[in-house]
Design a protein around this ligand. Sequence first.
Ligand code: NDP
Length: 404
Amino acid sequence: MNDETKRQSDTNGSAPDDPFAGFTIDFGGGSSGGTGIAGGESAGSGESTPYGAPISFGAPAADAPAVDVVRRPAARGPSANDRRGGGDGTHTKLLIVGSGPAGLTAAIYSARADLKPIVLAGIVPGGQLMITSDVENYPGFPEGILGPELMNTFREQAERFGTRIIDVDVERVDLSERPFRIWARGIEYRADALIVATGASALWLGLESETRLRGRGVSSCATCDGFFFRDKEIAVVGGGDTALEEATYLTRFATKVHLLHRRDAFRASKIMLDRAIDNPKIEIHTNTAVDEVLGDAKVQGLRLRDTLTDEQRDVPMEGLFIAIGYRPNTEVFRDWLDLDEKGYLVVHDETGSKIEGVFIAGDVHDHRYRQAVTAAGDGCKAAIDAERWLEAQGITEVQTASAW
Ligand code: NDP
């Protein structure tokens, strides 16, 4: 799940829209001169750079606190109550798999409709917002809210109305008959209706430095974080439509966007590529891989590699967007539900699936919007559809509209 995030620079007294509090990169007069990444020399403070100007890193300010200073919901495994096989503790009218905005909104709605849902939240509950710092585009929080804190409020709200949330990963499902059977950490759950809200995960390059600087200049969501790179020089990795779209979007904010692609052929559609080529703020670097993200507390540069010659070079850079695709979390459902050509679950009639009683919500089917608020809306719709379906089956009593 992706959403408008703001890096935590304001917590150390810097401008709230400065994701690199305490660091300045001085490109001097060379930055706007059409200089490219390719062919540069090694960049270090005071040395000549590929931009033809010395880089001056100011004294770093106190480091911004990491996202996980925020109170996270305590992970909870299955209790003794959960272990009563088959009956009481593990049979529910509605089971929800996933605990991002879609899953927990479905839980809030269905708990308020007295369905007493169980949420199997995953061993890392909360979805992608748990690795997001400030969320500024979720309605209702004019000052913004930290991603983990937002998910904690979702969780508390769901629990307040009687949702049982268990932080376990689903290992296997059997959707051949009702009640559906779902196994997690060796325990079998049974559900009359099921909502799949397992989300999608952004793919990353897999560099240690990329992980360390995530939220400190490394991002996987331009819509979310672009705003914080106003007047910065940044890079986007990838050669598909996402990368081209994000690069184009980011030119609204950045002074220059370097598109780094490991090959010289693009997966992106011609129209997107042409648009990027025509954009004077985008510089495309083919046969270019990122070997390292440079910087201690914030992104300061990139170690790039020419994929044809293996030659490495360091360049200054103030931000890095990884746009190499997403992986929908469908593993345990792929034998039961339809997947589209991109591997996302296929919905029928808004939130339904090809199996009656199985509903789908959020990024696990939505590769178009991928926003917390759209996922939450989807979770609401799935809960209402599940409730109405359960009513139609005679499993729940008919509710009035005001029950929601
Ligand atoms: P894609 O799979 O199309 O492209 C991923 C890109 O990332 C490829 O260029 C790939 O390189 C590169 N890549 C993958 N792994 C790495 C890695 N480890 N290091 C460096 N580069 C890597 O994913 P997208 O997210 O771009 O698109 C997914 C789907 O969504 C597509 O069908 C696309 O058309 C669609 N989409 C449509 C949009 C629109 O119409 N507006 C917007 C966004 C997406 P390589 O080519 O060498 O494999």
